[in-house]
Design a binder for this molecule. Sequence first.
Ligand SMILES: [Zn+2]
Length: 368
Amino acid sequence: MQDKKIRECIEKIKIGNRSDIKIANNEIGLIWSGIKRESEKSREFVNIFISEFGNFEGINGESNKIAFIGSLKYAFMRANEFDDCFESCKRFVLYCMCNDSGHIRQAMIHSSEYLIMFLNLRPSDFDIEKYGEKYFIKNRERFGKFIWDLEQMADHYNKKEYNKYKYIESLPPSVYKSLEKMRYDLVENGYRREIYQKYKDAKLSEILPQLTFKYTTLGADTIKDGFICDTCKKEKNRLGSSNPIAKKPKMICEDCAIDGYMDSYGYKTHEAAAARRRRLFDVGYLFQDFVADRYLTENNISSIGKLEFEEIQAVFMLGKDMYNMLFDKGDKIELEEIFDQKDIEKKLKAVLDNGEFDWEFFRKSIKK
Ligand SMILES: [Zn+2]
């Protein structure tokens, strides 16, 4: 009964005018206040909102999208009670923060505070009896990861021309500015900043394990005859980065590229930077392997050795395109930073298993 009422209210928020929205929000607020914390009802309440995330793009008009984001504060205040709910809400926050509309991003900056506000980070005498130390460690971890993800996203959207601005406020409107604003708002407060700094220090020393592959061959592009690195001026084989469209392309060796990565992100050691940087490529490779596996299985091919070179290339290219299509930057960052390969695989497979392939069409397209 309550579920139906909440869904009706959300519907009003998605299509109604200002006064409809106001009434609907009041009703949701009333229901919200009557639900006991950490109860099954509370979980259902949050999940109704989460089930709407997939329909967000279908909401007509910016003002109704903004109204929906506004109403999320009720779900956000409860999301911390359940691990999966918190994760889903966090992903949606990051998703909306990449929206082209500054109004939508601003609405999310406002709502996101509710997601963090109820994360109990510091025990009071009363709380420590009720929850125990583990609970607070978990919440600090969630908070740290949230801010960390925001920072990574901001790095992705950062541009050289933003360097000249000293204050966030003076930056031109952009996804980068909104992300920085959200981050600033959330860690401004002294003890939050302290908690985040601890999290960040640990993160920057962490050495992520090397992923292993079934088909993809590991490692950087190697140049057999060697080349002189533009940075260290030594003769090297492993290429870290190069700009193939430049007139005189700069060739930088892998070690120097890792050092550069270490500097720009503040990693504590070369090893930690190298391991994190590898993940930028390796999670995509892992996905390519899965696509290749699926190709072999569904076409009754016993091993990859039975394929023509062009066919192998086309399958891996398909895997690469799909990876870029199915996962946005936020998804990728999240995947790259999962410590255990098994947990990354679970997430990749969950997405891949959802899709169906038209292999006949695919094979025809290679033959051309
Ligand atoms: Zn070098």
